[in-house]
Design a protein around this ligand. Sequence first.
Ligand SMILES: Nc1ncnc2c1ncn2[C@@H]1O[C@H](COP(=O)(O)OP(=O)(O)OP(=O)(O)O)[C@@H](O)[C@H]1O
Ligand SMILES: [Mg+2]
Length: 257
Amino acid sequence: MNEIPALEMHEVQRAYGSLPALRGVSLTVPQGTVFGLLGPNGAGKTTTIRLLTGQLRPHAGQVRVLGLDPVASSRELSRKIGVMLEEPGHYERLPVRSNLRFFARLHGVGAERVEELLALVGLCGKAGEPVGRLSRGMRQRLALARALVGSPRVLFLDEPTAGLDPHAARGVRRLIEEFCGGQGTVFLTTHFMEEAEELCHQVGILDQGRLVALGNPQDLCRETLPEQIETVRGGRRLLRPPGLEDLFVHLTGRSLE
Ligand SMILES: Nc1ncnc2c1ncn2[C@@H]1O[C@H](COP(=O)(O)OP(=O)(O)OP(=O)(O)O)[C@@H](O)[C@H]1O
Ligand SMILES: [Mg+2]
């Protein structure tokens, strides 16, 4: 395959004042794949998304999205990417449907697409409610619908399933898989190791602004960890296959929590 990668970061550094948040991050995400960025609070995950979506400039290194510089080509890219932030701002007093219609108009998209998205994220029953009255999980799903409104080629999702009930979280995972099956690329952050193992073709584990692991989750575990991990439950020794959480502990000596 010689198509351009969806995302590329080369030796990217970024600080806030004197605090280095990213200390030389390099990664490549092929089109049509799901990349998961993992790491403890403050590791630099949201900073990475802000750099990839052109909200921040790198202090060193290169960032490319579909071959373009996300700051210099922000207008062109705004039609090709969808972004769901950690704390999405909505128009609180406007109903759900009007919120979505507002963003649909910005993208030159008709009302039909709005109804399609409301159904997709399971908000048809709340379409007439002011956003201020939605639960946290519903606001999250509205943010996802907003990210999808322009039919983007690359979707950035900052902790898309945080605060969702298990049913809604599963719905979002299915949505991500379908989006990817249609040749879309997804870059997400998550604290849920099992979610990353299930969804992601590639994961990166960030620790204090550095990638300590990068690759396919199953391969990473197989290459680095023993075949079985001993655990003690109820006084009995049990062996289980290792996962990404074990990998993080192995690499950093700390737990992800
Ligand atoms: N606007 C800002 N001004 C100053 N420091 C910031 C700013 N945003 C982030 N930081 C700092 O940069 C580091 C990385 O933050 P970032 O938000 O990227 O972490 P994160 O991995 O997304 O964490 P979390 O899991 O809590 O969302 C942290 O030390 C944070 O305090
Ligand atoms: Mg964050």
